[in-house]
Design a protein around this ligand. Structure first.
Ligand code: OVM
Length: 411
């Protein structure tokens, strides 16, 4: 068997267009919308000549592949590498990179740790910290919405919600970026991220020990399941690692992308200020419009067919959540616009199916606390320079977003 980028090289299935685009090129990652449109034009699938695998981005087909865990497995990795054929860079996640029935057992524990009632206990702390941060930003007036805001808020509240005794915002953000870059090919982004491993990975691993977790947090709940022998203590540590992998860079990205949407859409902040109940739909529209996690792969566990295309066992399929979330066939002709009133039910930003984001209640609560505090205090939000995107093999995030804010509209 021929290998390509850690997976079996497949031939183009009948009827599937061969395409020489590189979805992981930094220019594509930094400005993905033209790629998304060209991808949807090739629906249901295109063959990536560069990586000898499939890609999809139409809403219906992406949803079908992503939600069918029987045919399209996660246990062989959700990046380009096929874990049946190559060893992953770290022990696989026991919730992301596994299939039912094992997945059902670990997922149950992490679902409990991040349940709505567990998150509700954190909302007061989320709100207090959001108000404190926005007040500080208003004193400055001009700042980088990424370094001075989006990276500050989750690294303040999330380690406390997990119950970490020790924290390090830089390492937490960089570990997330590393885990997500690892899902791409062996490109410069992945290599630069991996180079930070020796500094970050031992520190992260140490944070996952039972004695490092304060009672009352998400982490302690996971270790309670070990005490009840639902999972082993080793599995508990691995699930805490999942919280630290998926809980920081994603929400940092969500807040940065939310401020980008508000700063670049006339009238959006005013609409939020006029109706605080619009914060929740606004969060969903930010997620749809910007897809903080832009794509994950699945692997065909057996020969199958989707939308008339024959797919052979072992085929890697890149599912472009970003493309599906902007599909005009699903969202209408204005799919590319940020429409704060849209209520985009069914967006795929948190995935779909048994692997759908288990932390989405936490993510929404953080975004809600932050945007509620922001809309209540800030009357003017303007770009103060050009936004710059930070390419990542699986995350669509900003590097910098210079903004100016003011508490009162100028005369
Ligand atoms: C994990 C995990 C879960 C979701 C996303 C993620 C790729 C990692 O369990 O480690 O980032």
């Amino acid at each position: 068997m021929e290998m390509q980028d850690g997976h079996a090289a497949i031939d183009p299935p009948d009827g599937v267009p061969v395409w020489d685009v590189d979805p992981y090129a930094e220019a594509t990652l930094a400005a993905p919308e033209p790629f998304y449109e060209a991808l949807r034009a090739r629906s249901p699938f295109a063959y990536l000549a560069h990586y000898r695998m499939l890609v999809c981005g139409g809403y219906d087909v992406t949803r079908e592949v992503f939600s069918d865990h029987d045919r399209f497995v996660s246990s062989r990795g959700v990046g380009l590498q096929d874990f049946d054929l190559e060893d992953p860079w770290r022990p696989p996640s026991i919730v992301l990179e596994v299939d039912p029935p094992y997945h059902t057992r670990t997922r149950r524990v992490i679902t409990r740790a991040l349940s709505p009632s567990a998150v509700r206990e954190m909302t007061e702390m989320f709100r207090t910290e959001a108000e404190r941060l926005v007040d500080r930003l208003l004193e400055t007036g001009r700042f980088d919405a990424v370094a001075d805001c989006a990276e500050i808020y989750p690294t303040t509240v999330f380690p406390r919600a997990v119950g970490l005794r020790q924290t390090d915002p830089r390492r937490l953000v960089d570990y997330g970026a590393m885990v997500f870059n690892a899902l791409g090919p062996d490109n410069a982004l992945r290599r630069a991220a991996m180079a930070k491993g020796p500094d970050i990975v031992p520190w992260i691993t140490a944070r996952c020990a039972r004695d490092e977790l304060i009672p009352g947090g998400f982490g302690a709940t996971i270790f309670e399941a070990a005490a009840k022998e639902e999972i082993t203590p080793e599995e508990a540590g691995m699930l805490v690692r999942s919280l630290l992998s998926a809980g920081v860079d994603t929400t940092v990205t969500g807040i940065g992308n939310a401020l980008w949407c508000l700063a670049t859409t006339p009238g959006a902040l005013e609409a939020l200020k006029a109706d605080p109940k619009l914060v929740r739909p606004c969060i969903e529209e930010v997620l749809r419009r910007t897809s903080p996690v832009h794509g994950f792969c699945r692997t065909a566990g057996r020969d199958t067919e989707v939308a008339g295309v024959q797919i052979v066992a072992g085929t890697k399929i890149l599912c472009s959540l970003g493309a599906a979330n902007l599909d005009p066939e699903r969202w209408g002709a204005d799919a590319g616009d940020f429409v704060v009133h849209r209520r985009p039910v069914g967006h795929l930003a948190f995935g779909v199916g048994v692997h759908n984001c288990v932390g989405q209640t936490v993510a929404r609560a953080e975004l809600d606390a932050f945007l509620t505090a922001f809309a209540a205090r800030v009357d003017v939000l303007e770009l103060d320079g050009a936004p710059v995107w930070r390419p990542n093999n699986a995350i669509r995030a900003l590097a910098t977003l210079p903004v100016r804010i003011a508490p009162r509209r100028r005369a």
